[in-house]
Write a protein that binds this ligand. Structure first.
Ligand code: PLP
Length: 388
């Protein structure tokens, strides 16, 4: 890679396109003749307004976001949105009305496919809620896939506020096929999805979701901003919602962000600016092309894993293997340590599996060129030949 950079297989914060970093560098001290850095600009200025509204407009084009959806730039990360999703839905007019009709509190359904969906569910419990577990991979499959749809214990639509899942489990390397969940859920129930680690890597049928949440720091930009794409009717509140809204901190309030153009307070100005450049880059590539590339990169590595399954021990069922975070083990922890050390000597870094899981994790986000995938596959081949 240029500039003495490494092949960075980090699961996040992850690599950015070099052309974006170059543009940031070029404009760092004097943005567009303003005489200042974006970091030094008032978020209420005309120049900044162009940056944030431009970022949103570009993203809308890239993902073909329908006009009845709001795009919000929030803080607090994916974790902040675990709480926000639950609190906002339960403060919405839609859920309140349904609850009145039922005469008791609605539940919310959680599909647990790994660390992050489990985190979303735990946050609801922490806030005093009672999520229903549709399935939990632990015990059934220890997060190596997803049970068949006929085994999902979804609640009755009239008793369910929303269904929640994580599209790509960054730690366990489990990714759901597009529409797998929205196809299984009654259309009257909003589906809330965490797409933190595969956002912008393939087209999305946004119109089928209630809300999508995503931290920026994988495919969209630096850490510090969290994207929320939410169907506008879910932002409506009524008098009955007032108690729930009272418990909703303003920094997590989707309606408040919507009515203030994502600026009820100082937004992470620089991060949003960089995200805007990444959105522009993504638009130039095209979302279908980004999808084609993600499939091609991942195929190279999975083909190598499948060529020697007794050595490269993939842990996820084929149908649910992530194209973003490819996880596998080697026959012994010693070989894994050796693999990481030898890879580092060849400029390939951040390959260690998540601390909760161990093993190897090869993250291949949008900014990873095909050449990066080829480089690691060549290394895997050699490592196999020398150590099998
Ligand atoms: N969801 C997913 C899929 C993630 O990968 C992560 C973090 O890696 C999170 C949520 C939590 O995000 P944050 O660290 O921004 O709170």
């Amino acid at each position: 890679p240029p500039y003495g950079r490494v092949w960075n297989f980090s699961a996040g914060p992850s690599v950015l396109p070099v052309s974006v970093l170059e543009e940031v560098q070029r404009d760092l001290l004097n943005y567009g003749g303003t005489g200042m850095s974006v970091m030094e600009m008032s978020h209420r200025s005309k120049d900044y307004d162009k940056i944030i509204t431009g970022a949103e407009a570009t993203l809308r084009r890239v993902l073909d976001i329908p006009s009845n959806y709001s795009v919000l730039f929030m803080q607090g990360g994916g974790t902040g949105e675990f709480a926000a999703a639950y609190l906002n839905l339960f403060a919405s007019k839609a859920v309140r009305e349904k609850q009145r009709q039922l005469g008791r509190p609605l539940s919310c359904d959680y599909l647990v496919t790994g660390t992050w969906s489990k985190g979303g569910m735990k946050e609801v419990r922490r806030l005093g809620g009672h999520p229903r577990v549709v399935f939990d991979g632990v015990g059934e499959a220890s997060y190596t896939g997803v049970p068949p749809v006929n085994e999902w214990r979804l609640g009755k639509p009239e008793e369910t506020a929303f269904v929640y899942y994580c599209d790509n489990e960054t730690v366990h390397g489990v990714e759901l096929p597009p529409d797998a969940v929205v196809d299984a859920v009654d259309p009257s129930v909003p589906v809330i999805c965490d797409m933190s680690s595969n956002m912008l890597s393939r087209p999305i049928n946004i119109g089928r979701f209630g809300a999508i949440i995503a931290g920026a720091q994988k495919n969209m930009g630096p850490a510090g901003v969290t994207l929320v794409i939410v169907r506008r009717d879910l932002l409506e509140r009524d008098d009955d919602s007032s108690d729930a809204v009272r418990n909703l901190p303003s920094v997590l309030d989707w309606s408040y962000f919507d009515s203030t153009g994502s600026m009820p307070h100082t937004p992470p100005t620089f991060t949003i600016y960089v995200c805007g450049l990444v959105f522009k880059w993504a638009e130039e590539q095209g979302i279908r092309e980004l999808e084609r590339r993600r499939e091609a990169r991942a195929k190279l590595v999975y083909d190598e894993i499948d060529a020697h399954p007794e050595f490269f021990r993939g842990r996820v069922d084929r149908a649910y293997r992530s194209r973003m975070n490819l996880v596998f083990n080697l026959p012994t922890p010693e070989l894994e340590a050796q693999f990481l050390a030898e890879a580092a000597r060849r400029n390939m870094v951040q390959l260690k599996g998540h601390r909760s899981l161990g093993g190897i994790r090869v993250s291949l986000y949008n900014a990873m060129p095909q050449e990066g995938a080829e480089t690691i596959v060549a290394f895997m081949r050699e490592f196999y030949a020398n150590n099998r």
